[in-house]
Unconditional design. Structure first.
Lengths: 186, 253
């Protein structure tokens, strides 16, 4: 089990949520948790209690290499961070995420694919070459070995119940008294 | 659908017991809202509390179909002596270890009950069990995760878990203790054989505890049926029913 950080909090995990099959996993925020399995359960409780989700990924926040377009323009490129798979292999798989638009407020970067590289800096260069368009506002590179996914076999139990719980949506709060009166009408 | 009057009375008792278990546990869980050790767990447990209260509503609606009783009246105006929840569930929330252990014990029992209840010949029971069982998969994941981490975490977490186990243990068998009419309901295929549910749940719990090297307490079962309660239920209901008492006609806020 991971130790608490100096600030007394459990380690922080970035959460990626997929809304539907065929859509990308998107960075939606983070949770504090003791370990990957715990982080997934916290992610489900915090980010998937309302519709819609079909899959979640978590990764330790420290494993994410993030860089913005401004940093790149200033030549401030992240250096050779560890490959992160712990096997000592020279090359590692990195999941590539990028932000292409300012329009969405509830998500940050979207998953676009993956690259294999010997360092985070090399992975970033490979990602920029592989996914050039449209111009990226920000990049995240996450070692694939640091990512834990929600179990597909339990996807229904994790995500289906939220679909029927429209009362948890803010837009429904005002409807409750009316609904209640309706339910009482014989 | 027409049920023979004896079966109908037995089914009313069974539905009341099931609904009361869910509602009382859901209320105890809800007492952590704003007080859980970390924000993420606060939200997770609030979700679980809402789920359990939702399950109570499934069973109270099934009861309404039989006798026309109003779920709100049963939940918010019924005196302590008329409740039929198992005593384990009314005990105060205690510390995090007790809350998670109690949730784990109930989740295992409920998983074994609902798996069998899905095959009930009484449609509202089969449908409710199918819905609730899906949510229980996640509840059990959450409470099992905590059982393991409390058992294998620190000296303090293990000490707290052992204390929780000692507190809960005498009350555990009451969860699956049959009601007077349960045998007849089982004969009609309406509810499963509670002895079978208890054997399965008890076996799963014993295996999990053994794997974590936790001693099974040797305390005898707390005697008495579901009509018996601790004084803790009274204080719980004073809180849970306070709004209805203050304004019985309240409909919105």
């Amino acid at each position: 089990m991971s130790a608490a950080a100096p600030d007394g909090q459990w380690p922080r995990w970035e959460v990626f949520k997929q809304d539907a099959a065929g859509k990308p996993h998107q960075a939606v925020g983070s949770v504090h948790a003791t370990d990957p399995e715990h982080a997934l359960l916290m992610a489900r409780s915090v980010f998937a209690r309302r519709p819609a989700a079909v899959s979640l990924w978590v990764a330790p926040a420290g494993a994410v290499v993030a860089v913005t377009a401004e940093q790149l323009a200033a030549g401030d490129v992240p250096g050779g961070a560890p490959a992160g798979d712990g096997t000592g292999a020279a090359e590692a798989r990195y999941l590539v995420f990028r932000k292409s638009s300012h329009r969405r407020a509830m998500t940050f970067v979207d998953h676009v694919g993956e690259v294999t590289a010997a360092s985070a800096a090399a992975a970033l260069a490979a990602a920029r070459a592989a996914f050039p368009e449209p111009p990226a506002l920000a990049w995240w590179l996450v070692p694939a070995a640091s990512v834990t996914a929600s179990p597909d076999a339990e996807a229904e139990a994790w995500f289906a119940p939220a679909r029927g719980k429209t009362y948890k949506q803010q837009s429904e709060y005002a409807q409750l008294p009316q609904r209640r009166r309706k339910a009482r009408t014989p | 659908m027409s049920l023979d009057p004896r079966l109908r009375a037995a089914l009313l008792d069974r539905l009341t017991a099931m609904a009361d278990d869910e509602l009382i546990l859901g209320h105890r869980d809800s007492e952590w809202t704003g007080h859980a050790p970390i924000l993420e767990e606060d939200i997770a447990l609030a979700n679980i509390a809402q789920d359990e209260i939702g399950h109570a509503l499934l069973w109270l609606e099934a009861r309404r179909q039989l006798d026309g009783s109003d779920p709100d009246v049963l939940a918010y105006s019924r005196p302590a002596g008329a409740w039929r929840n198992a005593r384990l569930l009314e005990l105060p929330r205690g510390d995090w270890a007790f809350t998670m252990l109690r949730q784990y014990l109930f989740d295992v029992y409920e998983a074994e009950l609902l798996t069998r209840l899905k095959r009930s010949s009484h449609v509202p029971l089969a449908e409710g069990a199918t819905k609730a069982a899906l949510e229980e998969v996640f509840h059990l994941r959450h409470s099992s995760l905590w059982l393991r981490r409390l058992a294998l975490g620190t000296d303090e977490s293990r000490r707290r878990l052992e204390a929780a186990l000692a507190r809960a243990w005498p009350y555990l068998p009451q969860l699956w203790q049959p009601l007077a009419g349960d045998a007849e309901l089982a004969g009609a295929g309406i509810v499963p054989d509670l002895a079978e549910v208890g054997d399965a749940a008890g076996g799963r719990i014993a295996t999990a505890l053994k794997e974590l090297d936790l001693q099974t307490p040797d305390t005898p079962p707390n005697p008495g049926g579901r009509e018996r309660h601790t004084e803790e239920l009274v204080t719980l209901l004073i809180d849970m029913q306070s709004v209805t008492r203050a304004d019985p006609a309240a409909e919105s806020w």
